[in-house]
Design a protein around this ligand. Structure first.
Ligand code: ZN
Length: 291
């Protein structure tokens, strides 16, 4: 049987989900909570697409998703329809600081043509959470990056931008709002604790966000990200290879100094020189043992 249109259904669902994210006015939400998204009339879209092979008036981003959906079907290959599927889920969360001065400035940045950047959430200094992309669509926040063997972090992650200029502390209200989002994402998509990481972790030679002010230990205590056990710190044995350890954790060590700085910005904080001291190695050894 050659029923090509059925293969569109999973994509159509994804596409419809993207519309929920793009069109919903629920994007603007109150501090410390994520407003319930109003279900879209998904049947209407499927009806229009399948029966009439046309789509509603689309925004630029929606049209791109729609075009990619068509490109995912290889017309020269025999097509059969499997019935068991859903859409791919995010498995990582990447945390950023905006390096900008206001929530509104960042919202505008993600809405103008030339910037070519976006993230799923932006959180203001006083804890207002703004959702700008549906969790299921691919944001443009990671850029050229690598973690372990993953080279397309945008395809596998949700991006969260914290309104912060990079030289200031993150207010408690902002971090508490972040925790609300992280709790929701972790529960919805069963994201492992170790997969909550920073932009600088995955692009150490290009990025430094979030800054040294970001409270990674506080996050790890709540189950987001990893942290060492201070009570277990010992001098690493002579046989310990810190470069291998960095690589096993996930760091791209091709630029070793950049990887060391990223590691130290997160775990050592008060010293971000590009060398590993005995103390730094003891932290790395502890993480390596517990990872
Ligand atoms: Zn970033």
């Amino acid at each position: 049987m050659f029923e090509k249109k059925n293969l569109w259904i999973p994509f159509i669902l994804c596409f419809a989900l993207s519309i929920i994210g793009c069109k919903s006015k629920s994007g603007m939400v109150k501090k410390g909570s994520i407003e319930q998204i109003v279900p879209i009339k998904i049947d209407t879209i499927i009806q229009k697409v399948i029966v009439h092979d046309t789509v509603p008036k689309l925004s630029q981003g929606e049209h791109k998703v729609w075009t990619l959906g068509k490109a995912g079907i290889h017309a020269n290959i025999r097509q059969e329809t499997a019935i068991h599927y859903d859409v791919r889920k995010p498995n990582y969360v990447i945390i950023h600081h905006t390096a900008q001065n206001s929530l509104d400035q960042t919202i505008r940045t993600f809405q103008v043509e030339h910037t070519k950047v976006s993230s799923h959430y932006v959180i203001s200094r006083n804890g207002v959470i703004v959702q700008m992309l549906n969790d299921y669509v691919r944001g443009w926040h990671a850029g050229l990056s690598k973690w372990g063997t993953i080279t397309d972090m945008n395809s596998i992650s949700i991006g969260i931008e914290l309104d912060n200029n990079g030289k200031e502390a993150f207010p408690d209200a902002q971090i508490e709002a972040l925790m609300v989002v992280l709790d929701t994402l972790k529960a919805n998509y069963v994201i492992p604790a170790a997969n909550f990481i920073g932009h600088a972790d995955i692009a150490p030679a290009r990025k430094n966000d979030p800054s040294v002010f970001f409270p990674w230990k506080k996050l790890a205590d709540r189950g987001f990200g990893i942290w060492y056990n201070p009570a277990e710190l010992v001098t690493a044995p002579e046989t310990f290879n810190p470069i291998d350890a960095l690589r096993i954790i996930g760091y791209d060590t091709r630029n070793l100094k950049a990887a060391i700085i990223a590691f130290k910005r997160k775990f050592v904080v008060n010293d971000v020189s590009p060398e590993l001291t005995i103390y730094d190695k003891s932290i790395l050894y502890n993480l390596y043992q517990n990872y």
